[in-house]
Ligand binder design. Structure first.
Ligand SMILES: [Zn+2]
Length: 320
C-alpha cells in the first residue's frame, strides 16, 4: 500500500484509499533482528478487498538488493538442485503441476516460470509423459540456482529448450503457461507487475498462481513478505486485470501449518516423524512422493482457510 497523504494508505490491489487510524491491522510477525535491516512493523488491511500490506513500506530498492546480492539466501545456498535433495519442494511442485496439467492433452507446451527457485515445476512438467515440454524458461534472480539448474537440464532434459533469466522481461516470445509460485507476496505493487507478466501469455495460454493464504496467521516470521492475500483479494487482483478465473481455492491442512509454523520445539515428535518420512521419500518414485506431500500438508486438499491459495486464469477472449 502506498502512502497517499499523511495518515492514509491506498490499497495496491483495488486502489481503495483508507485512513490508517480506521484500518484493521496486526503486528508484522518476524524473528529478524532489526539491526541493519529495515523491516515492517504492521500489516494493514484494505476494508474493500481485504488485501494486507506492510507499514512502514519496504522500498523496491531495498527489496531488489535483498534478493539480488544473495545475502538473504546465503544460509540456504544449495550445492545441487536435484529433486531428491529437496523432496518437500519437489513434491509441492508436483502438486502444482498436477493442477496445471489438466488443461493440456498430448500437447507441446512452453512454460515461463517466474521466481522458479530450483526449477522443480519445470522438471515435473519435463518428466510428465502426458505432455511434451518444448521450452522451459526459468526466471530467478539467484544466479547460484540458475547455474545449478542449467547443468541439470542439459544432462537430464536435453530435448527441452532451457533458458534462465534474471528478469522475465528479457525472455523472448510467448508461453502456454506463465507460473508465479510464491512471488506476488514479495511484490509491493502486484498490479502493474502482473499486468506486465500476462503480456507473456500466448493466446489461450494460462496463468498459474500460488501464494500464501494470510501466512501471518500461523508463521512467526513472514519477512520479507510485503503483500498478504486471501482468496477474495487474489480474486480482486485477477479480475481487475481482465483475467477470467478458471479455478481459485485455498489448499492445505493444519498439520501442514504446524510443520511450516517455525514452532518446531512445541511439536517435536511430529517434526521428527515428518523428517524421517521425507528421508525415506527420497527413495520413492515421484508419484508416491507427491502422494506423501498431499497427505502431510493437505497440499491437494481444497480448504479456503488453508495455508496456500492457487489460481489458474487466462485473459478474457477479446470479442471484436
Ligand atoms: Zn483493496
Amino acid at each position: 500500500m502506498s502512502i497517499k497523504t499523511a495518515g492514509s494508505l491506498m490499497c495496491p490491489i483495488c486502489e481503495h484509499a483508507g485512513e490508517m487510524a480506521e484500518m484493521a491491522h496486526v503486528p508484522y510477525p518476524t524473528l529478524r533482528n532489526s539491526k541493519g535491516v529495515s523491516k515492517p512493523e504492521q500489516i494493514y488491511f484494505c476494508s474493500n478487498c481485504e488485501a494486507g500490506t506492510v507499514f512502514p513500506p519496504m522500498t523496491d530498492a531495498f527489496l531488489s538488493q535483498l534478493y539480488d546480492n544473495g545475502v538473504f539466501w546465503q544460509s540456504k545456498q544449495p550445492k545441487t538442485v536435484s529433486p531428491r535433495q529437496f523432496p518437500v519442494l519437489y513434491g509441492f511442485s508436483g502438486v502444482r503441476w498436477q493442477l496445471m496439467k489438466r488443461f493440456f492433452k498430448n500437447q507441446n507446451i512452453s512454460i515461463l516460470d517466474i521466481g522458479a527457485g530450483h526449477g522443480f515445476f519445470g522438471m515435473q512438467a519435463a518428466s510428465d509423459r502426458d505432455i511434451q515440454l518444448d521450452r522451459y524458461v526459468m526466471v530467478e534472480s539467484d544466479e547460484t540456482l540458475t547455474h545449478l539448474a542449467q547443468s541439470v537440464w542439459q544432462k537430464q532434459f536435453p530435448q527441452v529448450q532451457f533458458e534462465a533469466h534474471q528478469k522475465f522481461e528479457s525472455s523472448e516470445g510467448f508461453f502456454d503457461v506463465v507460473a508465479l509460485s510464491h512471488v506476488l507476496e514479495h511484490i509491493p505493487q502486484p498490479r502493474p507487475f502482473l499486468g506486465a507478466v500476462i503480456q507473456k501469455l500466448k493466446p489461450g495460454g494460462w496463468l498459474f498462481i500460488d501464494v500464501p493464504n494470510q501466512d501471518y496467521r500461523f508463521k512467526k516470521d513472514v519477512f520479507p513478505h510485503v503483500t498478504f492475500f486471501n482468496p477474495r483479494s487474489l480474486k480482486t487482483l485477477l479480475t481487475s486485470l481482465g483475467l477470467e478465473i478458471e479455478t481459485l481455492n485455498g489448499y492445505g491442512n493444519q498439520i501442514g501449518e504446524i510443520l511450516m509454523s517455525d514452532e518446531k520445539e512445541s511439536h517435536h515428535w511430529l517434526n521428527l516423524i515428518f523428517k524421517l518420512s521425507m528421508k525415506m521419500a527420497q527413495f520413492l518414485p515421484t508419484p508416491v512422493l507427491i502422494h506423501q506431500i498431499r497427505m502431510w500438508f493437505g497440499a491437494g486438499q481444497i480448504n479456503d482457510s488453508g495455508m496456500w491459495i492457487r489460481a489458474i486464469a487466462k485473459p478474457m477472449a477479446n470479442t471484436p
